[in-house]
Design a protein around this ligand. Structure first.
Ligand code: NAD
Length: 454
């Protein structure tokens, strides 16, 4: 990933403030299933978070084992002809982590630096997220090692369609349903649905339901594009009052101004909050008087990034992180808030729009500084929730209006927040541990009634 270089984090065990990291060496499951013992490894960090929650709630050993590894890890290589007539070989992934609660579900990342460990971590997080937010799905994730910005539309179409044929026998509307993630968009989803439909012998009755995040014109749902940002703001509105913050009075900054960052910014601003600093892969900008999120989103669409935006000043990375705001929304990639960034942050709340943006070492610093974290499996669950609504509409040949989508989404987000709060109350733990406990409770109940066959 294009994240800051991994820093050595201290090999501490669980902390008194509830920060979730455990030294992998001290954790028998990590050894038992043969995970890397490097504390900077993203998958080990992700599983350690779950294992900490498992310790707090007393999750049976067999469930810890099952959840510590994905069920299937699929890796494919496929050739695609480029515009100049030459062939290039691409690498793609689909990881299916768990399907105890329903079909595998999770996005496809198109990024030049995507690795199996990232995809495994993201698939794992989908299992937790789907369980927490109460949709009937398990967790999966996939990706292609490609930089979409380097390819023409016709090359991308070839790459996406060849990838779809390579994994077609491993996905399906009732088995594994991908969606967009970093670098992929609704046009890519349309090509996947079309390619899958063309393979009629495996397409079934309703092949377009194999993927969500499609364009509205081709089976997509109203409200899906903004859903993750909407869910971030629904979570903020639900959780900020207990932190004595009024959403309409908040200032905020955003790291990553793509789908999640820009929609979080626009919707939070529409509630009255003021965005004062933004960063993406092109640079850092700041304006204490406010940066109009709608205007900036148009600029980014036209120019490809926030750099050069004329109604704000360019600033350094340090100025961006040290900028005083009420809410900081990371909405870029994993592991971006490490110890140094956590020391610089000058906010009251971190609302995790991105998946796994905070490392355990970063989290310990935030906790020691009294900064609350709204964890990703709660905060960014809006996307998969509206993906579920899209799938339900496809399967039942319905089309919901936006009011219904938004209202149903809000119900799911509020319920997930309440479950998280209830677990925090019961186990006297931090919000991240509580969100994992709430997710693990549902998985535990499903395994108890299903059993393990044979
Ligand atoms: P996107 O591709 O639309 O946007 C990614 C943003 O991150 C871009 O603004 C890019 O410039 C920025 N970025 C990339 N590298 C960076 C760097 N090194 N420094 C600063 N900024 C950088 O992706 P997205 O769909 O908005 O996803 C963002 C995050 O949200 C990811 O963690 C993703 O897994 C998560 N997420 C996405 C959805 C969804 O529905 N799209 C749902 C849940 C979670």
């Amino acid at each position: 990933m294009t994240t800051a270089p991994a820093k050595k984090s201290p090999k501490t065990t669980a902390t008194k403030n509830g920060a979730h990291a455990k030294a992998p060496e001290g954790n028998s499951i990590i050894k038992e299933v043969g995970l890397p013992e490097d504390p900077n490894n993203l998958y080990t960090q992700t599983v350690s978070t779950m294992l900490h929650a498992a310790d707090v709630m007393g999750l049976p050993h067999y469930l810890r084992l099952i959840l510590a590894q994905p069920k299937n890890e699929i890796m494919v290589h496929f050739p695609v002809q480029m515009d100049d007539g030459k062939f290039r070989l691409f690498k793609g992934y689909r990881v299916q982590h768990n399907n105890a609660l329903g079909p595998y579900k999770g996005g496809l990342r198109f990024h030049h630096d995507v690795h199996l460990d990232d995809v495994k971590s993201l698939a794992f997080l989908m299992t937790m997220k789907c369980s927490l937010v109460g949709v009937p799905y398990g967790g999966g994730k996939g990706g292609i090692k490609v930089n979409p910005r380097e390819h023409s539309k016709s090359e991308m179409e070839g790459i996406v369609r060849r990838f779809t044929t390579a994994i077609a026998h491993n996905i399906g509307p009732d088995y594994d349903i991908p969606a967009p993630d970093v670098g992929s968009n609704s046009q890519h989803m349309a090509w996947i649905a079309d390619t899958f439909s063309f393979l009629s012998e495996i397409g079934g009755d309703n092949p377009a339901a194999v993927i969500t995040g499609k364009p509205i014109e081709y089976g997509g749902s109203l409200g899906r594009e903004k859903a993750t940002g909407q869910g971030v703001v629904d979570t903020l509105v639900e959780m900020l009052p207990e932190l004595k913050l009024k959403p309409e009075k908040c200032t905020f900054s955003v790291l990553g101004f793509g789908n999640v960052g820009s929609w979080s910014g626009k919707i939070f601003q529409d509630k009255g909050a003021k965005m004062t600093a933004v960063a993406d892969h092109t640079g850092f900008i700041i304006n204490d008087k406010g940066i109009d999120a709608h205007d900036l989103a148009e600029y980014v669409k036209a120019k490809g990034g926030v750099a050069g935006y004329p109604k704000a000043s360019k600033c350094s990375k340090d100025d961006f992180y040290k900028h005083r705001v009420d809410v900081f929304i990371p909405a870029a990639l994993e592991q971006m808030i490490q110890e140094p960034e956590a020391k610089m942050l000058n906010c009251k709340v971190v609302a995790e729009g991105a998946n796994a943006p905070t490392t355990p070492a970063g989290e310990r610093v935030l906790a020691s500084r009294g900064i609350e974290i709204l964890p990703a499996i709660l905060c960014n669950a809006g996307g998969v929730t509206v993906s579920y609504f899209e799938w339900v509409q496809n399967k039942t040949f319905q089309s919901w209006d936006l009011e219904k989508v938004d209202a149903e989404l809000n119900k799911h987000m509020v319920r997930a927040a309440q479950k998280t709060r209830a677990a925090r109350e019961k186990y006297k733990c931090d919000l991240r541990t509580a969100a994992y406990i709430a997710a693990l409770e549902r998985l535990k109940q499903a395994y108890e009634v299903r059993g393990i066959f044979p």
